[in-house]
Design a protein around this ligand. Structure first.
Ligand code: MN
Length: 165
């Protein structure tokens, strides 16, 4: 997806959000962040680092560590890696206007590691619409799943996000 859509939606002269550099793929340890975003509708933005960008989902209700609670997660545009440390106010009139604060962050890894590049595993699982990973955050820890609610050709971007045993 890249960052074109992310940049198109924002006026960087007006918002303090990062423009983002060309994503470079990192290391074996991938990061994740969840930002609580008090926009017109309060939501939580889950972002998983894959291939040098943050794949992103907007979750309308607070993520839960209760394995019986499944949260709707709507996939949105990729965000730059630098967005993972962003907190602050997006000004009125700008895209996503409102307060962003980091709700949780840490590292994550594919549940099924086989010595392969974790970027590759997660990229392939993302494509399949079934992602399994272990979060190491302050609030969320352990195995979680993101699964697409629809079959291809994926007109809708609705996924479910939940913890598994
Ligand atoms: Mn948001």
């Amino acid at each position: 997806m890249g960052l074109q859509e992310y940049r198109k939606k924002r006026t960087f002269a007006k918002t303090l959000e990062p423009k983002g550099k060309k994503g470079k793929k990192t290391k074996e340890v991938l990061s994740f962040v969840i930002q609580k975003h008090a926009a017109r509708h309060l939501h939580w933005d889950l972002r998983l680092e894959i291939d040098g960008v943050l794949k992103s989902w907007a979750i309308p209700k607070e993520p839960s560590s209760d394995t019986s609670v499944k949260r709707l997660a709507i996939e949105v545009e990729d965000h730059p890696i630098e967005y993972g440390t962003f907190e602050g106010e997006i000004p009125k009139g700008e895209y996503g206007a409102g307060t962003v604060e980091i709700w949780d962050r840490g590292t994550y890894a594919p549940t099924h590691e086989d010595g392969d590049d974790p970027n590759k595993i997660m990229r392939e699982e993302h494509k399949k619409g079934h992602m399994k990973f272990v979060l190491k955050g302050k609030k969320l820890k352990g195995p979680f799943v993101l699964v697409r609610m629809h079959k291809p050709p994926y007109e809708k971007k609705e996924w479910l996000f939940f913890k598994v045993k």
